[in-house]
Design a protein around this ligand. Structure first.
Ligand code: KIV
Ligand code: ZN
Length: 505
């Protein structure tokens, strides 16, 4: 099987992301993880750019063995010398030289004619050869360079000794078909192209970095430059995980794989996002939080029956535990039951019916239902408390005189309504409930705990009341803590009523 060379530039182009800055220790930590991921080349930095970059390339060269370490340099001697110095302790190293070739860059940035550009490029490669044989050359802004001139530069740098020629889409300007054609024509028109590896390097300004990279690979590029999570200048670079998984998933189309240990993808993505502070958007391909989550009932049902109905990759292949069915208002009974069973609960049909009803009520108030929410629901289901009194609705006013009104259903169809004032809103609520049930209990303890995070989190209310010289516990969960308090209180009152053998109906 053909293997693409994965050139990871997370620590160089990726670190150029606005807002991302890594210290040396963090860069070494990421490099260690990139080694576990089994990338072929780690571009560790741009040593002339800063003391920190120099030290980071040096530390990575010293510590990370068995992978090629690359350092970036402009086509000038000082840069190349500094890169070589930083790479001195690497057992496999590469100097990566870049020089802009497009008319815009020649005229506005460099103020140099075509001839001078070629001269500079050739001279720099010859100089770099004094340090290593592994030299990459990048004609910066290649995709906006006149084709004839680009081909001329490529031929000249290969003659000078470049072993890899990278064709950067520096500003994310190209489109897949055009980029593929560019690689094809360089392959067929540049006399000495077989003496170098063709590399591609895409930016994501138009959201095409992955598509462009794949089109170039299909056209014969043998090295791809990319970053973890697609971080990088502006809209970022091509995302390593997207390219690698596209090749793996569509191997029959690309006839190309990589050496990447895909099971390390999730861990690498988390490490990079944690250390750079660049969070991964939830719907990001492969590594986004939602990439293997299914919300719609129809999809969840399909996934339960056969995973491949709605997934083109196995999440375990990227180091994720499993697919997640996000339970919410669209989830069906099948998905609900499956998750309950996974959590270790076996409910009778009646319990399941009731729990599913409660789940739907909760889902109307809370967008995502997590395992902790379900456990709270099911545990409620498993506690056998007679439902003599039920809180239908309530309202509370917290002014200078806290007041609560409640409507309580007794048995099947008797409704009573009462209101009361109290020392605080919860005291008023409990007093209004006492008036409705005719049972009064003394509150001993009251505890509230958030079960899940977010503004719509479920709260669990635990109370203890004293009645007839006994301590009775009551418990409820709700997204509304006043409703939960009323329900927890009624849960305790129902136990008292059952003990008193209160007849209803
Ligand atoms: O985008 C670009 O052109 C680069 C070069 C230095 C390869 O990052
Ligand atoms: Zn770049």
């Amino acid at each position: 099987m053909n293997k693409i060379i994965v050139f990871d530039t997370t620590l160089r182009d990726g670190e150029q992301s606005p807002g991302a800055s890594l210290d040396i220790k963090e860069k070494v930590q990421i490099a260690r993880q990139l080694k576990l991921l089994n990338v072929d080349i780690i571009e560790a930095g741009f040593p002339i750019a800063s003391e920190g970059d120099f030290e980071a390339v040096k530390a990575i060269s010293k510590t990370i063995k068995g992978v090629t370490i690359a350092a970036l340099a402009r086509a000038v001697e000082a840069d190349i010398k500094r890169a070589a110095e930083a790479l001195a302790e690497a057992n496999k190293s590469r100097i990566h030289i870049f020089l802009a070739t497009s008319e815009i860059h020649r005229n506005f940035k460099l103020g140099k004619a075509k001839k001078e550009i070629i001269k500079m490029a050739v001279k720099s490669i010859k100089f770099a050869k004094g340090f290593t044989d592994n030299i990459e050359f990048s004609p910066e802004d290649a995709t906006r360079t006149e084709y004839e001139f680009l081909a001329e530069v490529v031929e000249a740098v290969i003659d000078a000794g470049a072993t890899t020629v990278n064709i950067p889409d520096t500003v994310g300007f190209t489109v897949p078909e055009q980029y593929g054609e560019l690689i094809t024509s360089l392959k067929s028109n540049v006399r000495n192209i077989d003496k170098a590896v063709i590399s591609v390097h895409c930016h994501n300004d138009l959201g095409l970095a992955t598509a462009n990279s794949l089109a170039a690979i299909k056209a014969g590029a043998k090295q791809v430059e990319c970053t973890v999570n697609g971080i990088g200048e502006r809209a970022g670079n091509a995302a390593m995980e997207e390219i690698v998984m596209a090749l793996k998933t569509r191997i029959e189309y690309f006839n190309m794989d990589s050496n990447i240990n895909t099971k390390e993808i999730t861990a690498t993505s988390k490490l990079v996002s944690g250390l750079t502070g660049l969070r991964v958007q939830r719907n990001k391909a492969i590594v986004g939080g939602n990439a293997f989550s299914h919300q719609s009932g129809v999809h969840q049902d399909g996934i339960i029956k056969e995973r491949s109905t709605y997934e083109v990759m196995n999440p375990e292949n990227i180091g994720l535990q499993s697919t997640s069915l996000v339970l919410g208002k669209l989830s069906g009974r099948n998905a609900f039951k499956e998750r309950i069973n996974k959590l270790g609960y076996e409910l009778t049909k009646i319990e399941l019916d009731h729990a599913f009803k409660q789940f739907k009520l909760l889902a109307d108030k809370k967008k995502d239902i997590f395992d902790e929410d379900l456990e709270a629901l099911v545990q409620d289901e498993k506690i056998e408390v007679p439902h003599i009194f039920e809180l239908e609705c309530h309202n509370i006013s917290c002014g200078p005189v806290p007041t609560a009104g409640v409507r309580v259903r007794i048995g099947k169809d008797k409704i009573v309504e009462n209101a009361s004032t109290g020392d605080g809103p919860i005291d008023a609520l409990f007093k209004a409930i006492d008036l409705s049930t005719g049972i009064s209990a003394k509150l001993i303890d009251y505890n509230i705990r958030g079960i899940t995070g977010g503004k719509d989190a479920l709260g669990e209310i635990n109370i203890e009341v004293e009645a007839n010289n006994k301590i009775i516990k009551g418990k409820a969960v709700s997204t509304d803590i006043t409703e939960g308090s009323g329900k927890a209180y009624l849960n305790a009152i129902n136990k008292i009523a059952a003990n008193l053998n209160i007849k209803i109906g």
